[in-house]
Ligand binder design. Structure first.
Ligand code: FES
Length: 349
């Protein structure tokens, strides 16, 4: 699942972010091929604890795989990443994720902070294949803008088809419309001023904090933008994610103990879910069994699996789509059994 990859380059991008470029050996090039918008999970032992984080790929397919890591306050992995050097190795899971841009021809991209990372991959790939791209990018100030040089280079190269709109919250710009935060109101104002064309776009991609995404998505709904055209990815939660408490059925099942079986890479493993366990991943970990996971926040889908027998509820779900829920998929990092036994299939497509 994880592969040790060597860092070919580590570049300071802003005072609080680095870009890590990996050397992917030829025999792993197939496993590490990716679509614009996907992410990789990085894993490292930091001060004796196993840490995993997802980082969106910033490069465009065909270019050396790189990710941008912005240091977050008290962020164990993001602080550790700032100290990495070329030649260091990291355990990396092959690219995943369904926040991908395929063949849209008129894109509106909306990012805040390090939410630019998947969108710069999407923008550079789309521009190279002839699409029109408008990027609204929110930051505090000029010095915190990630990939500024890359964006300027894209602007020079695709002057006719690339519109770049910087919104700054702590640095005044001459045009009042460009000051403030990226939110639904700002997007509505930009659309009203003719700076972005929401109705003419065949793909609107958002990446940033959950609050920004929720607000902009609401605004897009009120502007009658078809939901199928809107794609978003949250890179972090605003504070603690609201988690539903265990239902009565889940409490009862846990109190009696649930026999859980998982199928992973063709092998069956059994363990017990008990009252002390919050989720299936917690129960497995407590019993020394490692299941796939990364964010543990219901956002990345790394722990996606199918309920083959029994039933389970989720504490939160920010990533499974309605058709997946109907098909019986769940997120093991959020799943709580509501039946006497539970069989989860991690190999289900
Ligand atoms: S580990 Fe990310 S959704 Fe479960």
């Amino acid at each position: 699942m994880f592969h040790d990859l060597t860092l070919a380059d580590v570049r300071a991008e802003t005072p609080d972010s680095v870009v890590l470029t990996f050397d992917v050996p030829a025999d792993l090039s197939g496993a590490f091929s990716y679509q614009p918008g996907q992410y990789v999970t990085l894993r490292a032992d930091v001060d004796g604890t196993d840490q995993r984080r997802n980082y969106s790929i910033a490069s465009r397919p065909g270019a050396p795989l790189c990710v941008g890591v912005k240091r977050v306050e008290d962020g164990v992995f993001s602080s550790f990443a700032q100290s990495l050097k070329p030649g260091d190795t990291l355990a990396v899971m092959p690219p995943e994720g369904r926040f991908v841009c395929k063949n849209q021809t008129d894109l509106v991209l909306i990012a805040a902070g390090s939410g630019i990372t998947p969108l710069i991959s999407i923008a550079s790939d789309a521009l190279a294949r002839g699409a029109r791209v408008t990027l609204v990018y929110g930051n505090r100030q000029t010095e915190t803008i990630m990939f500024r040089d890359t964006l300027d280079a894209l602007k020079d190269q695709y002057l006719e088809r690339f519109t770049l709109i910087h919104i700054l919250s702590r640095e005044a710009q001459d045009v009042a419309l460009l000051n403030g935060r990226v939110n639904g109101e700002k997007i509505a104002a930009l659309a009203h001023a003719g700076a972005i064309d929401l109705q003419g776009s065949d793909g609107i991609f958002l990446c940033g904090p959950g609050g920004m995404i929720d607000d902009v998505v609401e605004e897009l709904k009120s502007q009658d933008v078809k939901p199928a055209l809107v794609h978003f990815e949250r890179f972090t939660m605003d504070g603690e994610a609201p988690r539903a408490p265990k239902s009565r059925a889940a409490e009862d099942a846990a109190a009696h103990g649930v026999a859980v079986s998982v199928y992973l890479d063709g092998t069956r493993r059994d363990f017990q879910f008990e009252a002390q366990d919050d989720t299936v991943i917690d129960a497995a970990e407590r019993q020394g069994l490692e299941l796939p996971f990364s964010c543990k926040g219901g956002m990345c889908c790394t722990c996606r699996c199918k309920v083959a027998e029994g039933s389970a509820e989720m504490a939160v779900n920010y990533s499974l789509e309605p058709w997946e829920l109907e098909a019986g998929f769940t997120l093991a990092c959020q799943a709580r059994p509501t039946s006497e036994n539970l069989v989860l299939d991690f190999d289900a497509a």
